[in-house]
Design a protein around this ligand. Sequence first.
Ligand SMILES: *[C@@H]1O[C@H](CO)[C@@H](O)[C@H](O)[C@H]1NC(C)=O
Ligand SMILES: *[C@@H]1O[C@H](CO)[C@@H](O)[C@H](O)[C@H]1NC(C)=O
Ligand SMILES: *[C@@H]1O[C@H](CO)[C@@H](O)[C@H](O)[C@H]1NC(C)=O
Ligand SMILES: *[C@@H]1O[C@H](CO)[C@@H](O)[C@H](O)[C@H]1NC(C)=O
Ligand SMILES: *[C@@H]1O[C@H](CO)[C@@H](O)[C@H](O)[C@H]1NC(C)=O
Ligand SMILES: [Cu+2]
Length: 156
Amino acid sequence: MKMARKTENTTASSSALLVGAFVFLLCSFLLATSTTAAKINVGGSLNWTFGFNYTDWALKSAPFFVNDSLMFKYDPPNSTTHAHSVYLLKDSRSLLACDLRKATLAGNVTQGTGEGFEFTLRKRKNYFFVCGELAGFHCSAGLMRFSVRPIKRRRG
Ligand SMILES: *[C@@H]1O[C@H](CO)[C@@H](O)[C@H](O)[C@H]1NC(C)=O
Ligand SMILES: *[C@@H]1O[C@H](CO)[C@@H](O)[C@H](O)[C@H]1NC(C)=O
Ligand SMILES: *[C@@H]1O[C@H](CO)[C@@H](O)[C@H](O)[C@H]1NC(C)=O
Ligand SMILES: *[C@@H]1O[C@H](CO)[C@@H](O)[C@H](O)[C@H]1NC(C)=O
Ligand SMILES: *[C@@H]1O[C@H](CO)[C@@H](O)[C@H](O)[C@H]1NC(C)=O
Ligand SMILES: [Cu+2]
């Protein structure tokens, strides 16, 4: 290995150094930014809406950390827009079935207005979120359901 390295030309070595330095900077940046709780907009720029795949969004937005806040933004209902809400379910079985029988209300139909409704992930446990509108129809057909499990933040 050492012999082979010596034969590398200097251009290749310096670009390897540059890449190394970049990776180091990136890691430092990630460590530094991961020490403060984040506010995460559920659904990204699409907010909390019918038909967006929140299971997929949650997978791609992981990891979530303890004390991060989820922002749920949705317009209050009127004659032309759907009402939305935020409910917490007890387990993954209810999430799979969109069963709201043991659900607890987290955000009602008007609480998502403007900057939205903020939910802080206080504990290291599974959270199951759904939209409670139309008796589970927004949850099932509208894909408005997801689970997150925040992890402990590494100390910087
Ligand atoms: C998401 O919510 C923000 C803040 O209420 C709003 O400005 C934006 O237009 C919303 N996005 C969509 C796609 O409705
Ligand atoms: C939503 O996303 C998940 C995870 O990527 C995927 O397994 C599922 O099939 C998607 N659902 C729909 C209806 O596209
Ligand atoms: C979360 O915040 C609470 C109060 O703001 C604090 O006591 C606790 O240590 C924090 N937990 C973590 C894992 O950062
Ligand atoms: C209903 O709300 C939407 C979104 O906030 C808005 O664009 C629309 O103009 C409203 N419609 C009526 C009839 O108020
Ligand atoms: C939603 O909750 C807020 C804050 O608790 C309350 O002021 C409002 O009246 C509720 N709206 C509905 C439609 O229940
Ligand atoms: Cu909904």
